[in-house]
Design a protein around this ligand. Structure first.
Ligand code: ADP
Ligand code: ZN
Length: 310
């Protein structure tokens, strides 16, 4: 048993990967998430595509150590259920582990996608030598995977790290979660595109807002500077709360590089409460492509198997 299956369930696509226990990605397959069909039917498709992937890689099920699944929260890892993910509106209380067990007689591991991505960074990426670090994803939304004292901090049901819904400033209006002024509503890729478009008066993608920043558009500069301050404050909160040695930032928005990282580092150096923690490393994620499936596979190697009451 030298291989692992990692499955990353997302709102638009589901990625399946076959990974060696050394962390080599042997084969992958991506299928669109068809939200017009019942989740149980979609899980049936995952099963079929996994078999095809194994077949293509000349791998027998007897070689598989286990299956790791990463999914968007909210989830319930005690019960092995995807409960209420906003990006999967048809997936309500889906017993993903029980359904997969109908198809596979293998150990199944299940966590939220940000926790899985944190484990991917621990296994093969920027967190390899860290006992305490946080993976922060700034993408369509904002989420965190918390790795502390050499283990994931998952919370009672696997939803610790839903950091994007921390209220920063209610004046910013209503977030998808119903609260006003969440971090995600202010500083996610979605928020930056929305506010940048308002400033310029035409629809812009997040990347285009950053291009205007580079080309010295005054209003965009002052707007994005305030977003960077907010992200800096978010990192200070994480450092003050969990005292990681490193914050690893991933997700689409992190691709902009230094213009995002430098102001966050400056803010952290100024405002982290403990002066000894002001040098906390703020670094880009090392694994972008395939981080989801690698993280899901990492669950098999790096977490204790849960007892599912299914
Ligand atoms: P998902 O949220 O589905 O996991 P991503 O991590 O790719 O997807 O994040 C998507 C967000 O990142 C979108 O808001 C997108 O506009 C933004 N984004 C993607 N690439 C870039 C880039 N190079 N520069 C700035 N923003 C980007
Ligand atoms: Zn919110």
């Amino acid at each position: 048993m030298t291989k692992i299956i990692g499955i990353d369930i997302g709102g638009t696509k589901i990625a399946i990967g076959l990974i060696s226990i050394e962390g080599e990605l042997l084969a992958t397959k991506t299928i669109p998430t068809d939200q017009s069909i019942k989740p149980t039917k979609m899980i049936g498709q995952i099963y079929q595509h996994t078999l095809q992937l194994l077949d293509r890689a000349h791998t027998a099920l007897s070689e598989i150590l286990g299956i790791g699944i990463g999914a968007p929260g909210p989830i319930n890892t005690k019960k092995g259920v995807i409960t209420y993910p906003p990006n999967l509106p048809q997936w309500r209380n889906v017993p993903i582990v029980a359904e997969m067990k109908k198809h596979f007689n293998l150990p199944i591991f299940f966590e939220n996608d940000a926790s899985a991505a944190a484990l991917a960074e621990k296994w093969l990426g920027a967190g390899q030598s860290e006992s305490d670090f946080i993976y922060l994803t700034i993408s369509t939304g904002i989420g965190a995977g918390i790795y502390t004292n050499n283990a994931l901090l998952t919370g009672a049901k696997g939803n610790a790290g839903d950091f994007g819904h921390t209220v920063i400033n209610p004046a910013f209006g209503q977030c998808v979660c119903g609260q006003r002024g969440c971090l995600e509503h202010i500083a996610s890729g979605t928020a930056i595109a929305r506010e940048g478009s308002k400033i310029v008066g035409k629809p812009l993608a997040t990347k285009e807002v950053f291009s205007l920043y580079q080309s010295n558009h005054n209003e965009i500069i002052s707007y994005l500077d305030s977003v960077f301050q907010t992200l800096g404050a978010a990192c200070v909160t994480l450092i003050n709360t969990f005292e990681p040695n490193k914050i690893i930032i991933g997700g689409g928005v992190s691709k902009v590089g230094d213009s995002l990282f430098d102001p966050i580092r400056d803010y952290v150096q100024q405002y982290t409460l403990n002066p000894d923690n002001r040098e906390t490393a703020i670094v880009p994620a090392a694994l972008e492509q395939n981080a989801g499936v690698i993280g899901a596979a990492a669950l098999v190697l790096h977490t204790k198997q849960k007892e599912y009451s299914v």
